[in-house]
Design a protein around this ligand. Structure first.
Ligand code: ADP
Ligand code: MG
Length: 233
């Protein structure tokens, strides 16, 4: 048995062709293990979203291989990715991407409805997650009635509802003030360790890396490239 959830070898993605081609990601090789929080740190335009989109099947690579949960998904068909995102992958978005007319509880519950989980199991999981993210008193409020930090807590609870093996969060603190952002990273860290999920969280803010078990720097589409300055990783 291995606890390696994601194994990527030489993933590359170029947008466009010829003189206008952008090498958004070049030869990305990484492994993510269960219960490990990896922070993907790099400036705007460095390729963070490109890499996370490949890991979540929202885009496909031009070269390289990818396996998730021991299955080679390099050339997985769209319906296989849909199945993976329902059962194995949780996604957190910078702009929360909650459904505005559903309550916090209904947003968290949605992935479980899609999976066909029983009502009793759904109710228990949703209540536990909302409590865990500190929103027990807010279950019936809609996203528009919640602060940005609270909305992102709903987003994190929703991403974990289906007990994924892989959590992908693309700049989840990008729209939050710095204090709220730090609390969010602490929450994500605690949840990753509680739930034993493999997590990759991107940020352009070097401070957000402090809770990481491991930091991967990205620059100009290349992993492991050292940022300028005195940062240790
Ligand atoms: P980050 O998330 O770190 O800000 P991205 O992965 O979004 O970086 O972008 C990496 C590079 O790829 C940038 O130069 C960006 O302009 C380019 N890029 C991203 N998406 C596209 C696209 N759909 N078409 C063309 N270029 C793109
Ligand atoms: Mg991005």
């Amino acid at each position: 048995m291995t606890d390696i959830v994601v194994s990527a070898q030489g993933l590359s993605r170029t947008y466009g062709s010829g003189e206008t081609a952008t090498h958004a990601l070049t030869g990305a090789t990484l492994e993510l293990r269960a219960g490990e929080l990896v922070v993907l740190r790099g400036p705007s335009g460095s390729g963070k979203t490109t890499l996370l989109n490949l890991l979540g099947g929202l885009d496909s690579s031009d070269a390289g291989t990818l396996s998730i949960g021991g299955t080679d998904v390099t050339r997985a068909a769209p319906d296989e990715w849909v199945r993976l995102r329902r059962s194995t992958i949780g996604y957190v978005f910078q702009a929360f991407a909650l459904i505005p007319h559903l309550s916090a509880a209904e947003n968290v519950e949605l992935p479980l409805r899609i999976l066909g989980t029983t009502v009793a199991e759904r109710d228990a999981r949703v209540a536990a997650l909302l409590a865990r993210v500190g929103l027990e008193g807010h279950a019936n409020q809609r996203p528009g009635e919640l602060s940005g930090g609270q909305q992102q807590r709903v987003g994190i609870a929703r991403a974990l509802a289906n007990r994924p093996r892989l959590l992908i969060a693309d700049e989840p603190t990008g729209q939050l003030d710095s204090l709220t952002a730090e609390a969010m990273m602490d929450l994500i860290s605690g949840l990753v360790h509680d739930e034993g999920v493999a997590a990759i969280v991107s940020t352009h803010d070097p401070k957000m890396a402090s809770v990481a078990d491991r930091v991967i720097d990205i620059r100009d589409g290349v992993l492991g490239a050292r940022p300028h300055g005195r940062h240790a990783a």
